[in-house]
Design a protein around this ligand. Structure first.
Ligand code: ADP
Ligand code: MG
Length: 701
């Protein structure tokens, strides 16, 4: 017999086929277990009773006790409503219903004692409660009561079918009155004991029917602990298994290619952070294990150089390396940078992209095959089947979040042994999120910018300051600087965005007329050849202003551009704003980032802009972003192919628990990598169960 909690929700008293369908469709509740795991979002204290005389319309939900004096109807036609005057020893208040009038008058009796619960409001100078909840304290309802009452999210559809937060609470109560059951524990006894956790059964009951806030905290802690713990256990198990399964190429020597570059060509000192990261990478690739490393570093921190040096070491050991970028513009840029860095060295570097001509392709293919080609740079074109390396030893993926999991997996097939993999990202990911999304990768961080960079000055202007803005732009152009203007591009309102862009272009060309000023435009609807042309115009310094949608977001390096103007800045997320700002501040002169917005801003939007003005630290900004928006929205997490549907833990707030359970999971895996000990049987079973219910752990990285 299946466990009670795994049975369909229709077995529950109070749920017929119609309700079952609605619950499934609207909130994904199909089984009793689903309902148990439908957690409340807040609690309301129901131990307190108020005097009617003390009520005011600015109070939240309150509870009063008294009798209904009389029912009466008010208004007519569509605004007809049922009202009742409700009295206690201190005064009276009006109760109002717009719907279910007959049902109300049939269900409640005048002059009988009731408990009324609701939010006081005010209408025509009189206090009232609209659609209150009414309870008969004398009626021995088979219902579980609790000190503080759980509140559940519902949807419009549920509400209009009379499934309210209270209904959900009642259904939950039915589970406990109807069935005699105990939810099977999912953590081993020793963990429950050692980490002082509530039993699962108790935690699930308590989260719905707590007596006080301390109960809630204990129950929540247990459930968050478990949720985060299993994610970490899975990730670390996967990591250990991969390490045991695959041996990596050993790059033991540093030879001429690296040394010649380092001593002859490198025009500056590495930063301490770059040196540290190089040591970490060298340790990996020299150890015989297969490297799977995430390299995080703010825009401009010098990741490309780290990538190049790693590739040179691969070359020195007789292996080929490739560098994959998410867009052609970036691939070209990497290619040019690397070509100029390695000028004069004995090294074959090629660029492969969608538009590469057939003759060149076959040459590349030949050089790949006979091992002459050392470094191949390109876009997605690199992972086409026709691209065959003879000795691929290192793969570097830039701006990883644009690459799908499947695409990365194909790279592995390009070699007999999996190559070393270095994933680089300039989207700083908060620690907690990185531990979850990339928990199976080792992480290196470049937390220092090359010396001599002047911090970018960030200003916030509203539309009324546009004339001042234009004057400022002219001054900068006069001084030989170039300017970016970026417009938002948000899928849902693409049409509107283009309209904004077009209007913007019109306004700019009016104030910055040709031939005195040259303006270049790049947006998503242009052909890639047109885009390349416009970009090049700007890159080569022939255009003064580049007007663009966010296609320039990632990685473009134009030193002479010193002003970044972001239109409708309130519509961008924090990490996007930070990325965009990173486009300037690369040259020697003072750079500016100007956030343009309308006068009216939501609280959240103005908070974002404030953070941009006060901080230039990508990690700090990413943490703030996580706190403001929640992890679901963080850029890159959707595209990363990993949909963590956390039910209760919050990566923005539960960082401490996360670090704690990661250590615990790490200890367990270290001592018992296959979870063979009897002590860990429950862990093993739970992992198997979770694997069956959907998430494919092997899809990570
Ligand atoms: P990222 O890829 O991390 O955004 P890049 O590798 O493009 O950063 O580096 C940004 C700029 O800084 C490049 O022009 C690069 O040549 C320069 N750079 C990198 N490392 C150093 C360093 N140690 N000292 C001075 N300049 C550096
Ligand atoms: Mg870069």
């Amino acid at each position: 017999m299946p466990e009670i909690i795994n049975t369909e929700i229709t077995y529950l008293t109070g749920v017929g086929p119609k309700r079952a369908e609605l619950l499934g469709k609207e909130i994904g509740v199909k089984t009793i277990s689903d309902l148990l795991y439908y957690f409340p979002y807040k609690y309301i204290d129901r131990t307190q009773f108020h005097n009617i005389a003390d009520l005011s319309s600015d109070m939240p939900y309150i509870q009063i006790s008294g009798v209904i004096e009389r029912f009466f109807t008010e208004g007519g036609g569509r605004s007809k409503r049922l009202a009742a005057s409700f009295r206690d020893d201190t005064g009276t208040i009006k109760l109002v219903w717009f719907k279910g009038i007959n049902w109300i008058t049939n269900s409640y009796t005048v002059n009988k004692k009731y408990i009324v619960f609701g939010k006081p409001g005010i209408f025509n100078g009189m206090l009232n409660i609209i659609h209150p909840e009414i309870e008969d304290p004398g009626k021995k309802e088979k219902k579980i009561t609790s000190g503080i009452q759980a509140q559940y999210n519902t949807t419009e559809k549920l509400k209009s079918s009379y499934i309210t937060s209270r209904t959900i609470n009642k259904l939950l109560s039915n589970i406990y009155t109807q069935f005699d059951f105990r939810v099977k524990e999912t953590l081993p006894g020793w963990m429950i004991h050692k980490y002082n956790l509530m039993q699962l059964h108790d935690a699930l009951f308590t989260i719905h029917f707590p007596n006080n806030n301390r109960d809630v905290e204990k129950a929540r802690y247990r459930l968050k602990f478990e949720e985060l713990f299993y994610i970490q256990l899975n990730l670390l198990r996967f990591k250990v298994r991969r390490a045991n399964q695959y041996k990596g190429f050993i790059f033991s020597t540093v030879g001429d290619k690296f040394n010649n570059f380092y001593y002859k060509n490198l025009p500056f000192e590495l930063t301490d952070a770059q040196k540290k990261v190089m040591r970490e990478i060298r340790k990996d690739i020299g150890s015989g294990k297969q490297m799977n490393r995430l390299l995080q570093g703010d825009v401009g921190s010098g990741k490309t150089l780290v990538a190049l040096m790693s590739m040179l070491i691969a070359n020195d050991n007789g292996y080929q390396a490739c560098l994959m970028a998410p867009t052609e513009i970036l691939a070209i840029q990497h290619y040019n940078t690397i070509e100029s860095f390695v000028a004069g060295l004995d090294l074959e570097v090629r660029l492969l992209r969608g538009s590469t001509k057939k003759s060149e392709r076959s040459e590349i293919s030949e050089m790949l095959g006979d091992g002459r080609l050392n470094i191949l740079i390109g876009t997605h074109a690199l992972i086409e089947d026709t691209v065959q390396f003879s000795r691929l030893g290192l793969v570097i993926i830039d701006e990883q979040h644009r690459f799908g999991v499947a695409q990365r997996a194909r790279l592995w097939e390009k070699s007999s042994k999996p190559p070393h993999i270095l994933v680089m990202t300039a989207t700083p990911i908060p620690r907690t999120l990185a531990m979850t999304l990339y928990g199976d990768l080792d992480v290196s961080v470049i937390d220092e910018l090359p010396p001599g960079r002047k911090p970018v000055k960030t200003l916030h202007y509203t539309d009324s300051a546009r004339l001042r803005l234009f004057r400022f732009m002219k001054k900068e152009i006069e001084a030989g600087q170039q300017i970016y203007i970026v417009y938002p591009l948000i899928k849902e309102s693409e049409k509107m965005d283009y309209k904004n862009l077009e209007e913007g272009v019109e306004a700019i060309t009016r104030d910055f007329p040709a031939p005195r000023y040259v303006i270049s435009i790049v947006h998503g609807q242009m052909k890639s050849r047109e885009k390349d042309y416009s970009m090049r115009l700007f890159k080569e310094g022939k255009a003064h202003i580049l007007i663009a949608t966010t296609v320039i977001e990632v990685g473009v390096d134009i030193q002479n551009a010193s002003v970044m103007i972001i239109e409708s800045a309130e519509r961008f997320g924090l990490s996007q704003l930070h990325q965009l700002r990173g486009r300037v501040g690369r040259g020697a002169s003072q750079s500016y980032c100007i956030l343009m917005s309308s006068d009216k801003l939501s609280g959240e939007a103005s908070k974002r802009l404030e953070i941009m003005i006060s901080s230039s630290d990508g990690f700090e900004i990413a943490e703030a972003d996580l706190r403001i928006r929640g992890p679901g929205d963080i850029e890159g997490t959707q595209q990363s192919g990993i949909g963590f549907n956390l039910k209760i833990a919050d990566l923005g707030r539960d960082g401490q628990i996360l670090e704690y359970v990661r250590r615990i999971a790490g200890d367990i895996i270290e001592k018992d990598p296959d979870l063979k000990n009897d002590d860990n049987t429950i862990l093993k079973n739970e992992i198997v169960r979770q694997a069956k219910t959907g998430f494919d752990w092997s899809s990570i990285s």
